[in-house]
Design a protein. Structure first.
Lengths: 298, 148
């Protein structure tokens, strides 16, 4: 039984365990983003937040305490200046854990542990990209793919500024989840971050628009190389036309409304009923939506 | 069971002794038998091996080969389960596990940050070193002529 016991042992002696966690916390403060196993990340996050609280206190005692805990003296000033200023108005919750894919060797669950609002904030990046993609989807509802390529998506900043004040049930261009993430990311940040998100979203839209064309070009280049090789070898059994970037099953192009499970099953899925007006936040959805692929662009 | 076997062997030996005792040559044979029974042996008489001390239930063995169909029936429930927690990444549209970070997005973000960091490092090194067109050169390793 392990009822109510909050600490993990990690199959290590107490001295080894404590030193390992101190090392992880020191590395987290040094790099502000580390990748480790999920269990270690959870324990490290707990300790790291306590040390950041010490940094916020800014005492003689808290300094000595942190000095005794951290294993690199060069990180102490960073803790008492950078982090203290960054998290001055934030009441706790200074770390964030993202679950990554399991490790190939031993199938261990791996996590990305990062300090919130750090220069390489992963959640901010993903939210900006999601905003960009959703604005593109919205455009594709009313415009043809060719039209969207010609006009582009430029109003990301204004949309982002507007979305900050909306609630969960309001209808607008973003999904409720993306809106919530946007609000969370912007909660203790300045207006500069808003501009940053807008510019990242716009840049990502350009990437999305260029992606299928770039893939086709890469495939053509690879095919021509293979044909040259085959001609040189004069081998009748030479197989060309391997996909350069094999598209994974269930990959949704921009504008796709079907779910991933439905796409993944493909022809083996159960036949779906015609789409009903199910979601309340997307009124007046046209029945047939154009997805953004090379075929629809032609 | 083993004790029974032991008892049986002991009683067998005693009956043997008794039957031999009735014969006329019993007297000196009797002495021989005594001598034969006296020396101590590690193995108990009448046992083929120590395995006979174990009860037969321990030495269980399948009676016949399990048929292909019965074997297949037993492994009917052992198949791999499908993953139902597959969703589309809100950024790139690739399939990903629910509540996990998208692997393509993570890889692209991390590689871009590393590229930027590398570029920044080389740029600062160039700037510190005076740039590509700097006239500052490293001092010559050859000593100048000494004043005699």
């Amino acid at each position: 039984m392990k009822h109510g016991i909050a600490f993990r042992k990690f199959s290590r002696t107490s001295s080894h365990r404590n030193l390992m966690l101190r090392n992880l916390v020191t590395s987290l403060f040094e790099h502000e983003q580390i990748r480790t196993t999920l269990a270690k990340a959870k324990d490290t996050a707990r300790l790291a937040e306590k040390i950041i609280t010490l940094g916020k206190k800014n005492n003689e005692t808290s300094y000595r305490h942190a000095q005794g805990f951290l294993l690199k003296a060069s990180i102490l000033p960073k803790l008492f200046t950078t982090f203290a200023n960054r998290y001055a108005s934030r009441p706790g919750g200074y770390t964030r854990i993202h679950r990554l894919e399991n490790r190939t060797g031993d199938n261990a669950p791996i996590a990305l542990l990062e300090l919130v609002d750090n220069p390489r904030d992963f959640k901010l990046e993903m939210t900006a990209r999601a905003v960009g993609r959703e604005l593109l989807n919205e455009k594709l509802r009313w415009d043809s793919p060719r039209g969207v390529v010609n006009s582009g998506v430029k109003h990301a900043e204004t949309v982002v500024a507007k979305e900050l004040n909306l609630g969960g049930i309001d209808n607008s261009e973003l999904r409720p989840t993306t809106r919530r993430n946007l609000q969370k990311v912007m909660k203790y940040r300045s207006q500069e971050a808003l501009v940053e998100i807008g510019s990242k979203a716009t840049a990502y839209v350009e990437t999305l628009l260029a992606k299928p064309i770039a893939q086709v070009k890469m495939q053509l280049r690879a095919d021509s190389k293979d044909k040259e090789k085959a001609r040189k070898r004069a081998n009748p059994n030479f197989v060309d036309k391997f996909p350069v970037l094999p598209t994974r099953a269930g990959a949704a192009p921009p504008g796709e409304s079907q779910s991933a499970m439905r796409l993944v099953q493909g022809a083996l899925a159960r036949p779906t009923r015609p789409p009903k007006q199910r979601s309340t936040w997307r009124p007046n959805t046209p029945i047939k939506q154009a997805t953004y692929t090379v075929e629809t662009l032609r | 069971m083993a004790s029974l076997a032991l008892h049986q062997t002991r009683s067998f030996i005693s009956t043997l002794r008794l039957s031999w005792a009735r014969l006329p040559i019993a007297t000196f044979l009797d002495a021989n038998l005594e001598l034969q029974q006296k020396p101590f042996r590690w193995t108990l008489p009448g046992l083929q091996s120590l395995l006979e001390l174990l009860p037969p239930i321990v030495l269980a063995v399948p009676k016949s080969k399990i048929s292909h169909s019965r074997k297949a029936m037993r492994s009917a429930n052992k198949g791999l389960k499908d993953k139902r927690n597959i969703v589309n990444c809100p950024a790139c549209g690739e399939p990903k596990l629910a509540h996990h970070a998208c692997r393509t997005c993570y890889a692209s973000i991390v590689s871009r940050f590393k590229l930027e960091a590398k570029k920044l490092a080389t740029d600062t090194k160039k700037r510190v070193g005076g740039g590509s067109w700097s006239t500052r050169r490293a001092p010559l390793m050859i000593e100048g002529p000494k004043d005699s």
